[in-house]
Design a binder for this molecule. Sequence first.
Ligand SMILES: [Zn+2]
Length: 268
Amino acid sequence: MKTLSLALLLAFNLFAQSPRSREVDELNWMEFKDLVPSKITTVLIPVGTVEAHGVTHNGTDNTIPTAIARRIAPSLNALVAPTLNYGITGSLEAFAGGITISDEAYRLFVRDILRGFARHGMKNLIIVNGHGGNSAVLNAMAEEVGRSEKVRTLVVNWWTFCGDLTLKVFGEDGGHAGWNETAMVQATHPQLVRKELYSDKLATPRATPGSWTAFPFPSSIILYQPKQGYVKFDEAKAKEYFNSCSDKIGGLGREVIEKWDLAGLYLR
Ligand SMILES: [Zn+2]
């Protein structure tokens, strides 16, 4: 009985805390002030770039982390920051519509945004990254701001962190704009997947380190392994992958926050 009332009380508190919107873009300053930091201290920051992705849209790296962040925000009692949708596009910049930000500019851009959330009361800054070219700068800036502002930062590269789920769901490895990444778009924005334009010829396996390099890379679908990751457009697998991958990232966020708290690190 006691457990039941406690559970009800917790459920009621969660319900009572649920904000009108979890999107930072949609809150006014009075609502933000009311929520942060007294009720919410975690922000999810989706990060991506604009670059070619086989038969999905050039904003694929923005769409995926944004969809993940929206799905996991309630379970982390977090807000979702506006997506940082320009990034460091590398060897695919030459493909139509690709845009890149210089390293120096990107560092300052990321640093200032992280710092801004820290200064407005966020304690846990969780970056959900959708693009590999950003990773080095994100890691460096997350550490720098964590140290200078005494906040906790976590950077998650979804496609690497969910590599085990790629093998489990598809039975093979994936690739940049390969089956796994295309599936994330198929699960959340099926209208942005142009199946009729697809051909296996649009894909090239990435080179083993030291064997060859090409600039620009000849394909925007870059397979992690030869003969694996060609896109097969299975809707059920796509949904299973998006859901399990999001849940895994949400679980990591909750576990890391719990351990930061347990260790008493940068408590405010
Ligand atoms: Zn991508």
